[in-house]
Design a protein around this ligand. Structure first.
Ligand code: PHE
Length: 440
């Protein structure tokens, strides 16, 4: 360790970067469709509940672990809990890689849709037309793979810029723009006739629809959307200086992420009901429904282009945190040079990502464990690997290195320290294991 570890430029910069990692395709692409698949309101409540309890606990644990060790997940586990625990760090690196293989495919879709929006291909289409455009696009053997490659090139450009100038700068200016545009779209969507049915579906919980599957999805989505369980927050915490306040930063990130998911639901689901789309349409839901609303806006074509550009930026600020976990592992543990590692990692992700991309077309009949390759990667990482990582992180902090977290909590809030200790030791590991075991 010769060079001093890079640090964030400011407290706001860190919060924005962590929020940037959290807010991404998860909230805007994934949330509306899994809420649609899982009965709407009840799913939203479960998700918020998990985020504010288990999510907050694991996030504080990750940030504290990273800041204390000043290392990524593998090194941090090894340094603070012992050699065997490094295994969970490797698991995190692997999970980050696996998530990236399908995340980048969807990132590529946003690029493809930007191009479609600019060229006017999305304007004036009927419901069937929008469905067809999407299905046609994702089942093409070449185009989505090409866009997936392009998305990775953009990632490389940002990651090579380094921690401060790359990641932080992007988050600071463009994320607020995304929020504003979403609010504008919600206002328009709510004025559509029939939109209120969507609002009711989304906000009025129907607990009759809650099954064990719903609970697992909500827990898995809390981990996925908050970037927890694989070391992204450990890595980001390792760039944090010792003055930064953990609790308020974590609360900000979680609050912003929940706000973003709620906004996305309010943006997409009313449109679904107003135009008679299927709320359980699956991964294409946002891509199919949103262009419909732009048709009802002046300069819709340009607003649509702007929307997919901002979604692209949100996706980028998340995917760079996934790539950063993988690359910083090779840099910290094996002393590789950043430029080369980034190039190699992106190349491997590109090749591996071809399979989930083709699983919407050429390989749609390949169904290991009854799911498409894309689905399987998504399901296993969010609903299994991330929660397992979450158990490891909370057990590690709660039992093996509690002082690491305790030292970093505000002294004037002793109840918080007690609550988190119980949370790390008992509540988080038991609750997560309970949900997982029930699911199996
Ligand atoms: N939280 C990101 C999103 O919602 C995805 C992500 C998961 C990023 C895990 C980092 C780690 O889009």
């Amino acid at each position: 360790m010769t060079a001093a570890r890079a640090q964030w430029g400011s407290r706001l910069g860190f919060i924005l970067a962590a929020a940037g990692s959290a807010i991404g395709l998860g909230a805007i692409w994934k949330f509306p469709y899994i809420a649609g698949n899982n009965g709407g309101g009840a799913f939203l409540l479960l998700y918020i509940g998990f985020s504010l309890t288990i999510g907050l606990t694991v996030m504080l644990a990750e940030l504290a672990l990273g800041r204390a060790a000043k290392l990524g997940p593998v090194g941090a586990f090894r340094k603070l809990a012992g050699k065997k625990w490094a295994l969970f760090g490797y698991l995190g690196v692997l999970t980050g890689f696996l998530i990236m293989t399908f995340y980048s495919v969807v990132g590529g879709w946003t690029l493809g849709y930007m191009a479609k929006a600019v060229s006017g291909d999305l304007a004036g289409l009927s419901r069937e037309g929008l469905n067809q455009v999407f299905t046609g696009f994702i089942s093409d053997p070449w185009k989505p793979v090409g866009y997936h490659g392009l998305f990775l090139l953009l990632n490389m450009a940002v990651v090579l810029g380094g921690v401060k100038s790359g990641i932080e700068a992007i988050c600071k200016y463009l994320m607020p723009g995304l929020f504003l545009l979403m609010i504008g779209l919600i206002v328009r969507a709510l004025l559509l006739p029939g939109a209120m049915d969507g609002v009711a579906f989304f906000l009025v919980p129907d607990f009759a629809k809650v099954t064990m599957g719903t609970v697992i999805e909500a827990l898995g989505f809390a981990f996925f959307s908050l970037s927890l369980g694989m070391g992204a927050m450990i890595t980001y915490g390792s760039y944090l200086d010792d003055e930064a306040k953990l609790v308020s930063s974590a609360l900000w990130v979680i609050g912003l992420q929940i706000a973003c998911a709620v906004l996305a639901g309010l943006m997409v689901l009313p449109v679904v009901f107003a135009f008679g789309f299927d709320p359980a349409a699956g991964p294409g839901l946002s891509f199919i429904t949103l262009p419909a609303i732009f048709d009802h806006l002046p300069a819709g074509k340009w607003l649509c282009t702007l929307f997919f550009s901002l979604l692209l930026v949100a996706a980028l600020t998340s995917s760079i945190s996934l790539i950063e976990v993988v690359t910083s592992y090779f840099i910290d543990e094996h002393g590789f040079e950043r430029r080369r590692v980034t190039l190699a990692v992106c190349l491997v992700i590109f090749v591996a990502g071809i399979a989930p991309s083709l699983s919407f077309g050429l390989w749609q009949d390949v169904k290991p464990f009854g799911r498409s390759i894309f689905d399987l990667l998504d399901y296993v990482t969010s609903n299994l690997l991330l929660p397992i990582g979450g158990i490891a992180i909370s057990v590690c902090l709660g039992w093996l290195s509690w002082p690491v977290l305790a030292k970093q909590l505000p002294e004037e809030l002793p109840w918080l320290t007690t609550a988190l200790r119980i949370g790390c030791r008992w509540v988080a590991p038991l609750a997560i294991s309970g949900v997982l075991l029930n699911g199996l």
